[in-house]
Ligand binder design. Sequence first.
Ligand code: DX5
Ligand code: ZN
Length: 232
Amino acid sequence: MVVITASLMCASQLHLYRDVHSLLKSGIDMFHFDIMDGDFVENIALNIDLIKELRTVTHKKFDAHLMVRKPSKYILKLKEAGVNIIYFHIESSEDPHYIIDFIKREGLEVGLVINPDTPLEKVLPYIERVDYFMFMTVRPGFAGQKFEQSVLHKIEQFQQLTAGKEHIPKLAADGAINAKTLRLLSERGVEVFVGGSAGLFNKEGFNNNLDILKQRDELLPLKNKIEEEIKR
Ligand code: DX5
Ligand code: ZN
């Protein structure tokens, strides 16, 4: 299954509601909110008040991607704003067990994120405790970067290292997701994809892009056949 979560840092900040409305009409699955502290990454992105306001217009799942040194400072505010899944980085500076317990105690789903250069060994002690495990396929913090091919091998390694484990989290990927990279990732078991400037927020339009990313075009011949049969 392919799940697309729309990265709203890539939307028009001026016409944000217009983009959200069109994404909903086009059948988006979730919304992805990048939260940055200007320290863990050298950028600032979305505001928690914005999440709160958007919660009043949709019941779709919201996920927050914390690119911050201290994830614990944001959990309660994100919960109050209506976020369902909180992703934090293994590279942030707090104890991952503490963050996982905190997020779960608040009744939210928890996702762990790994940067392209961080060794997989770092996440293994936590992997059976999280709902999602997200591979950054670019360096975190900025949209519009090049896909890191080396991550494909890392995902294969992950599959080998976790084979036979009782609980394996859902795999997600963030960065430079387009039709081509999505296919390479989904062949390796990734199911949740962050749609950003590469494959969702571009001039092709949300409906076309979602048809391609969610492979809805592959369903079209079947849909036409059924409709023809109904007409007969
Ligand atoms: C990058 C962000 C992503 C970003 C990816 O740090 O976490 O959510 O929007 O989008 P593109 O497609 O521009 O790589
Ligand atoms: Zn992100």
